[in-house]
Design a protein around this ligand. Sequence first.
Ligand code: GLU
Length: 287
Amino acid sequence: MTLTTRFAPSPNGLLHVGHALSAIFAHDTARLNDGRFLLRIEDIDLERRRPEYVSAIYEDLSWLGLTWEEPVLVQSEHFKEYLAAADKLIATGLLYPCFATRSEIAAAADPEKTDPDGAPVYPGLWKGASGEQVGARMAAGDTPALRLNMDAALKVVRAKRGEKPLTFTEIAEDGSAQTITAEPQRWGDAIIIRKDVPASYHLSVVVDDARQGVTHVTRGRDLFAATDLQRLLQELLDLPEPVYSHHRVICWADGRKLSKSNQDMGLRALRDEGATPADIRKVIGLA
Ligand code: GLU
């Protein structure tokens, strides 16, 4: 099988050196292995995406000297496929509608229980809701999110795998492989279809990694815990399992993360100041 990697930015801001590390890491991994390098625009957040950020992604990556296969997959053109995948989970009773607002969840949640992103674990407000309760909200014109019934999902996985735990393979920078046990339960009843758009980050990623034949998911360490939930979805949807490499994340010396919003270490800004692609490779330690 041809080793296939991807860089999957969200066009919600300009790229910074952290993105350059992810993109170059994925690109070089593919090129060193005679593999394929794909680009995917993860623009399901219709409120935050901007067309000028999409063009900036193409421009900045070309400036870095990267080339990728065409056509580029643009997620907002594929909502139907994400819904079709969700339908499979609905058919096996694994999703349920939830109308709770952020503040209702915050008020009911156990402050001790947070998911790996630091958000409160969903306190199950709509888990046992009756058809009438759901129907009444639908009739009032409200749209629910669809959440994964985590307990039921874990039962399905146990029935499928028996004693074999859900795992993934993490390939370190030196090429060594490690088997990691996935712990999707720490995400609780995660949102699989959002209220505002017919998709979610985790669902669209697993559908697209499979559809595009991605064999090696390379991305920052900040997404390491997301892999637990994504492996669970792959298992529930009978999708192939890629291997993973979560690379280090570039931070400021005091540990703060770089952010798109204030353009810390933005590629545009550095280029305007006279930096070259070789300088960027030096900054991210991939010279
Ligand atoms: N779109 C995600 C981001 O920009 C990356 C998704 C992934 O690599 O799995 O953070």
